[in-house]
Design a protein around this ligand. Structure first.
Ligand code: DNO
Length: 358
């Protein structure tokens, strides 16, 4: 297992790389060129400059999260071929720069969605929260997107790129006739083009589960449960067609058994990246994020880490969203302090599990 930490690049992340390097057990950062719109061809010099900067700090850059997929690809529009070509060339360039895993998602319009970005807890910490009842009351998705962006303050939300948010109404109209089956078909078309390139350049694609893993705003979502993941992995049956198993996203539907999924898909060599975090179920269709510790939420992180250990996981792991604590000002879910506590906890679990098995 290689421990990593998400970093948004020096232009957009207030956390210096040297702080990340100082977290024990840290092998590298997971990063991206945040200003590249979905569908763009990433310039080689920008990729190399990012790699250099990260390597100069003593860290590796082996995981990119994300190279975003253009909506035309998800919609299956004729314009998709040009965007897919760009995606393939970007994979080639990333592979040449030593990148091993690309995390991406196939969620229509909205990436991860929350109804509250800074929900106060009794101890003064704040957490991200989701309440389906609040989402169901929203009549204007544009207004919702604006509110989320405003709520995020000076930090752009990952996956909520301004170009995409600017055309929400139009996108909603386009998705009106797109079914779950269409999405599977469009994902297959995309994977059939990119996976052979990944095989050539030794890069693994790792789809991120939909967050939350059910349809929202009437938009179809397909990376939502075990059966659909099985289907997605078989669309193109190659080790390069893999999964980012995000415990918090997939786990926000209590029917999804995360340790079982780690064992099933991990032993088939199809999990390339693990996002490990905790959430607390607060009611049907409702959850709050929690500290990484098992006792703080509803997921058993020991069982999750043990499943990774048992299958001999050699991929990348990162802590995921943290609470905002100690008055830190930062990007919702992506402060330094609670994620660093998360690393310490996950690394501690790993060491204990390892020693128990000697
Ligand atoms: C949120 C993240 C997602 C994830 C993308 C992957 O915190 O987990 O934005 O990066 O869905 O493409």
């Amino acid at each position: 297992m290689k421990m990593t930490f998400r970093w948004y690049g020096s232009q957009m992340d207030p956390i210096p790389l040297r702080y990340i390097k100082q977290i024990p057990n840290m092998s590298g950062v997971v990063s991206s060129l945040m200003d590249m719109p979905a569908g763009a061809l990433w310039p080689t010099e920008r990729i190399q400059a990012l790699k250099q900067e990260v390597n100069d700090a003593g860290l590796e850059l082996e995981v990119i999260e994300s190279v975003n997929v253009h909506e035309d690809i998800k919609l299956g529009l004729p314009g998709r071929d040009e965007y897919i070509d760009n995606y393939c060339k970007t994979i080639e360039r990333l592979g040449q720069a030593g990148v091993k895993v690309i995390c991406y998602n196939f969620m229509p319009v909205f990436d991860w969605t929350r109804s509250d970005l800074f929900k106060p807890r009794a101890d003064g910490a704040t957490v991200l929260a989701y309440d389906q009842a609040v989402i169901d009351k929203i009549t204007d998705p544009q207004d919702f997107a604006d509110r989320i962006q405003q709520g995020a303050g000076e930090f752009e939300m990952a996956g909520w790129e301004p170009e995409r948010m600017a055309e929400i109404k139009h996108l909603f109209a386009q998705y009106q006739s797109v079914s779950h089956e269409d999405l599977f078909r469009n994902l297959r078309y995309f994977l059939e083009a990119v996976i052979p390139v990944c095989e050539r350049y030794d890069v693994k694609m790792a789809i991120h589960p939909d967050d939350p893993p059910w349809d929202i705003f009437g938009l179809p979502r397909i990376c939502t449960n075990r059966d659909n993941v099985t289907r997605i992995l078989s669309l193109v049956d190659s080790p390069c067609n893999g999964l980012t198993l995000c415990s918090g996203s997939m786990g926000s539907n209590p029917c999804n058994d995360i340790p079982a999924m780690v064992r099933e898909f991990g032993s088939r060599g199809r999990i390339h990246f693990g996002h490990v975090r905790n959430i607390k179920f607060t009611g049907p269709g409702q959850f709050e994020e929690a500290a990484h510790f098992s006792a703080d939420g509803s997921l058993d992180l020991y069982e999750i880490m043990k499943a990774y250990y048992d299958i001999g996981f050699e991929g990348y792991i990162r802590p995921d969203h943290g609470r905002m604590i100690w008055d830190e000002q930062g990007r919702a879910g992506y402060g330094l302090y609670d994620r660093a506590l998360g690393v310490a906890y996950l690394s501690g679990l790993w060491e204990a599990i390892q020693k128990d098995h000697r």
